[in-house]
Design a protein around this ligand. Sequence first.
Ligand SMILES: [Zn+2]
Length: 324
Amino acid sequence: MQATLGVDLGGTNLRAGLVDSSGELLAWGMAPLRHRRSPEQFVADMEVLYRSLLKEIEPPLTVTALGLAVPGPLDPVKGEINGAVNLPDWNNIPLVKLAEEALKLPTILVNDGSAFVLGEVTAGVLQGSSNALGLTLGTGVGGGLFLDGKLRTGATGNACEIGHLIVEPGGRLCLCGRRGCLEQYASASAVRRSAIALAEAGELPELLEQVEGNSTNLNTRLVSEAAQNGNSYCRELLAEAGRWLGRGVAQALTILDLDDVVIGGSMARAGELILAPARQSIRQTAFPPRPRLRLVQSKLGDRAAIIGAGSLKLHTDSRLINSD
Ligand SMILES: [Zn+2]
């Protein structure tokens, strides 16, 4: 049987999986990505994970390609990753060359947001959708666009950097150097920072107890759990992130006529606590109104970008995905 390897280079983890031609994930696994790990170390770890996944499958697979989902900006033609804000030391890194030398597989580079939305359209909650936007709310906010039945990555492979859409001019300073970017308000990191500030102001004593008084150990999972148990401060933190998310989506809708928007990343686990305020914000701010728009939570979670990256080969024979 033939399969492809899909790899997702996230902010904290490396995830890899073997994907068949229908988008089914045959085996997958992950390894921690230590802060500022070198590209060479990443490729070595990816190879170890790949070999261990191959051993899980009987009869042996023929693996035909590698799809590599990475944080942007990237150069898919040269196969380089260029200064992602969460991997600041990775400048002009020839990741495709390094991966092809190590794994001996033809490799396509794609933005992780694009891989996410392609995964959800191929095998997740948006199966069958033709016009969908995907947003991942994690360390940052990633975006991917599936329009008129195709993955769209634009002239240079960097379409849909929606995390750096400015939603609050003059607002919070972003790692990209500008102010007011969506990811400073709606990412898991942003919610975590707000929770830490609240805890240090003495407003979240029960949550602080759970992390033995060390506020830096707070995370969005704990915030979501507390919100689900009725903590009003945590509910408001998530609702606020949801309202900002809605503003960002409404801006995207002004340009893109979409049926569906899917939310992934660690913040998506908050479900309706973030989605309901986001829908309300979209209703209030989108023009023209989009009454039929669906805003939903990812079904595949951490596996979406792996499946999307692994499915790239079905969509293109070119490194620049649109040039078919
Ligand atoms: Zn930014």
